[in-house]
Design a protein around this ligand. Sequence first.
Ligand code: F0G
Length: 417
Amino acid sequence: MAPLACVRCDAPGAPGALGCACGGLLEVRPAAPALEGEALRALFAARRASRAPEDRSGVWRYRELVAPDLPVEAIVARGEGNTGLYPAPRLAAWVGLDRGALWLKHEGENPTGSFKDRGMCVGVSAALREGARVLACASTGNTSASLASYAALAGAPCVVFVPEGKVALGKLAQTVAYGARVLAVRGSFDTAMTLVDEAARAYGLGLLNSINPWRIEGQKAIALEVLDDLGWSPPDWVVLPSGNLGNISALGKGLREARQAGLIDRLPRIAGVQAAGAAPFARYMRDPRGDLVPEPRPETVATAIRIGAPRSWEKARREVQALDGGVLAVSDAELLAAKAEIDRAGVGCEPASAASVAGLKRLVAEGRVARDARVVAILTGHLLKDPETTVELHRERGQVVVDGTLEAIGAALAGLI
Ligand code: F0G
């Protein structure tokens, strides 16, 4: 496997280590791939015609840039990636891109309904290869659903730490169904994250949060697939919701490595969007000196990103700076307004995902994204993840109860026909 090194002090990391002695996170430092440019693009394209699971997966298809040393028989895959990239002209107009273009990359179309599957298939494969027996994570719900699925596929036991009462229904249902042991921790995600980290060290659990460097390597495939979808013609911006900051770190690393491998000739800019009640990184990036100051009481309707002490802030800072990006916070009202538009466009997403479109609207209004820009907004989770918030949001469109007569139906069709 490729070597690990600390993002803070550059010291080498031992395989399977959770962090560096200095307190920094570890990252994978891959060797340059043997192929590059057109040869690599052609290899990726050829794999689309193959039936082999490792070629059909929208993560493992790009394995030269993901985890090239992992033998194919060690790969756990269930067709992750291959998510839709939807042109969204009405939403483009809504956010103010009147001369530009907007695509929605729907990562909710991954096997367990969120972008987490991209990193999880690689994280679980690598952890089991390195000898982990019991797998664990803290989660606001999507990571736990994803880990529970991949652990079950691989036949490994898993335990997940979730903030009690703060996990959306669909996510909890999945996690329980796939057979994880669910520990509902009294406290926030941040409490659960600290505890699982300690428990992993104390009890020898394989930790599958995005502080695990192999999670990031898999999540990089989001960048590769977006570029591939666009015929390797990079957009001007990629916008995404940000919580624990693993995904933005992976996106930036993936884009930079794609350029190094000659897959693209220029880098897009990236923007991370937080919920205003849980926006320590947006605050920090206004003047990024010293350490990030956590938000002690994170609060937002978007429970997926209800996070006050994001762990990957140093990696995320590096990527935002390297890609001339931005970070901002949007209110719950802005986020829900964007969700309503995404839902009515026929695409739909869970609340946190809508932060990308809400943030884009603000960036266009403030002139930070030009009105003729080509933009990809990443939708991180499926509409069905959080049915309760969605039914509440669209309450005025709720069902009409009717008598079983044609007259009653006719009355209920008023205004439609
Ligand atoms: N969107 C959704 C739907 C998420 O579930 C998450 C994170 C994010 C965005 C933010 O991504 O943390 O990489 O910055 N969910 C984690 C979880 C925390 O446990 O499922 P990030």
